[in-house]
Design a protein around this ligand. Structure first.
Ligand SMILES: Cc1cc2nc3c(=O)[nH]c(=O)nc-3n(C[C@H](O)[C@H](O)[C@H](O)COP(=O)(O)OP(=O)(O)OC[C@H]3O[C@@H](n4cnc5c(N)ncnc54)[C@H](O)[C@@H]3O)c2cc1C
Length: 506
């Protein structure tokens, strides 16, 4: 597994799996008793700003507004502030930072912008990307000025997504929690001074809207089921994405959500709130999946069990990848995450199979690495094949393998024949692959079913350059703002992954 998704790097006391289980129970049991800070006062007050969701986007919104004199209410559905930062790897990209300057790295927001538009092949929203990259360095510098410790050796150009032209990626020692630590430290004095009030285990259920459409507050339901109305001059929707809401995922991105591993409260509440107020959602057409999930079950969405180490820069490939027609669809040794991701995204059900033979199985570097569920070893792979775990297939013939795995046998036979001929130097590989250390020839034959997965929501609430939620005709809904993952990676990054975190700077 790549370094920014490394469990040990997150340095957390609970494994991500344990954390997800606990938070998932909390999300499911929403409505049980819990503590709320400042709940009594909130009901009568008229706030300058109501922040819906206290995560990576909401906390800085609250901090900066309060520091400028606003009276702020933060309403948070979970029992703790932080949102996805509890799970996130916390990889940030920012150009022209103090850190880069101190290392003699010349960079600018313009170069950052050019990279994003190049890697996303022009699919990202130019206005939002410009806003994000122009504010990324000040946001990153703010973090480091307030105690955020950057990992030794950073910034880097990056290996988990297609690299930037400059070393621009950096993250802390404890993943997203390093960021959360700084945010909490900045928030606490404001809470103590009564400038920010936080309601935990309280979800926003609706927006208070005037006849003319202007937003003037929120309605909430707390952990005991009590409902309330909170009035405010402005409302900021910062309640994250919908990656835990399979129906919404499919509705906005047009594909199924196969792998479940994000923050349980990422239920897409902000999308419904914005749409109900007159806003709309866009960017889902830019959906790109991540490559390589081996899930615990056939049913979806299922938890991730392990992750294919497919990136040729980390592990040159021995296996081939085929779709359900038994056909290859990618040059397996191409040094591009994007090609892998788009390649898988174009296959039926965003699914493929890694196919290899017994000689490869014994000689190649392990194909599966640990994922978010902890380390995964070659012994684990052997046990998965032995026990007949879902998604692991083995057979004495290629035909038997194809039948067991759900791949077209004739297609697979033809593909393997062509691959072996290219491997033996008898013909050119149709995909131009160079790294082919062995043929697929010796029984038993193996296949591992690989599925797409995702960490972020691609579709987002439409906003203008001031982050005001807008209607389809472009008119802003008065007093309603949105930020963070709720804007959707399809707008912020287009068909590219990697800089969602610093969008709070925008
Ligand atoms: C495992 C993992 C690794 C990642 N790694 C990276 C990375 O390296 N780099 C990167 O850029 N991005 C990464 N991401 C994505 C990134 O972490 C998120 O996009 C970002 O943290 C989202 O911030 P947010 O504030 O918009 O939403 P969130 O952090 O999800 O916060 C939203 C908050 O709103 C609350 N909420 C939801 N509904 C309601 C409601 N109705 N009422 C009140 N509160 C509500 C939630 O409980 C939550 O606290 C990763 C994501 C995951 C899951």
């Amino acid at each position: 597994m790549s370094q920014d998704h490394d469990e040990s790097a997150a340095g957390v006391s609970l494994t991500k799996r344990e954390f997800l289980k606990t938070a998932g129970l909390a999300a499911a049991a929403f409505g049980l008793a819990g503590a709320s800070r400042g709940a009594e006062a909130a009901n009568d007050a008229r706030w300058d700003l109501i922040v819906v969701g206290g995560g990576n986007a909401g906390l800085p919104t609250a901090i900066f507004a309060a520091q400028r004199g606003a009276r702020v209410l933060v309403v948070e559905a979970a029992g703790a502030l932080g949102g996805t930062l509890f799970l996130s790897s916390g990889q940030m990209s920012a150009a022209g930072t103090q850190l880069q300057k101190s290392m003699g790295i010349e960079d600018s927001w313009q170069l950052h912008y050019d990279d994003v538009m190049r890697i996303s092949t022009g699919t990202a929203d130019p206005t939002l990307v410009r806003l994000a990259v122009q504010n990324a360095a000040p946001a990153f510098d703010w973090l480091t000025d307030h105690g955020f410790k950057v990992r030794e050796g950073h910034p880097v150009t990056g290996t988990t997504h297609d690299p930037y032209s400059r070393p621009r990626y950096a993250w802390g020692y404890e993943g997203g929690r390093s960021i959360l630590k700084v945010l909490n430290e900045q928030l606490q004095p404001l809470v103590d001074a009564g400038k920010v009030t936080v309601l935990l285990q309280t979800q926003v259920t609706g927006l208070v809207q005037e006849r003319d459409g202007a937003v003037g507050g929120v309605t909430t339901q707390d952990a005991k089921g009590a409902t309330a109305r909170h009035l405010g001059r402005y409302v900021a929707l910062t309640c994250g994405g919908y990656t835990e809401n399979a129906a919404m995922y499919e509705k906005y991105e047009g594909v199924k959500d196969y792998c479940k591993m994000t923050y349980p409260f990422s239920q897409g509440a902000g999308y419904d709130l914005a749409v109900a107020a007159g806003g709309y959602v866009r960017g889902g057409e830019n959906h790109v999946p991540l490559f390589g999930a081996v899930t615990l079950d056939y049913d979806y969405p299922a938890p991730m069990m392990a992750n294919a180490r497919h990136y040729p820069g980390d592990r040159p490939p021995w296996e081939i990848y085929v779709n359900r027609f038994g056909k290859r669809f990618i040059c397996e040794d191409m040094l591009s995450h994007t090609e892998y991701e788009r390649g898988l995204g174009a296959q039926p059900d965003e699914r493929c199979w890694a196919v290899f033979d017994d000689a490869m199985y014994r000689a190649m570097p392990p194909l599966l690495g640990g994922g978010f569920n902890g380390p995964w070893t070659a012994k684990d792979t052997a046990e998965a094949f032995e026990s007949g775990a879902p998604n692991f297939f083995r057979a004495d013939t290629l035909e038997g393998l194809a039948t067991a795995a759900g791949v077209d046998p004739a297609g697979l036979a033809a593909t393997v024949e062509t691959f072996n001929a290219a491997q033996a130097g008898k013909r050119r590989d149709p995909f131009g692959r160079k790294h082919m250390p062995a043929p697929i020839a010796r029984a038993p034959f193996y296949a591992i079913r690989i599925q797409s997965w995702n960490l972020t929501s691609y579709a987002g609430v439409a906003v203008d350059e001031q982050l005001r939620v807008i209607r389809k005709d472009g008119r802003p809904i008065r007093n309603l703002y949105a930020a963070g993952e709720l804007l959707g990676m399809g707008q912020l990054m287009g068909r590219l992954l990697g800089h969602s975190i610093l969008d709070f700077g925008a």
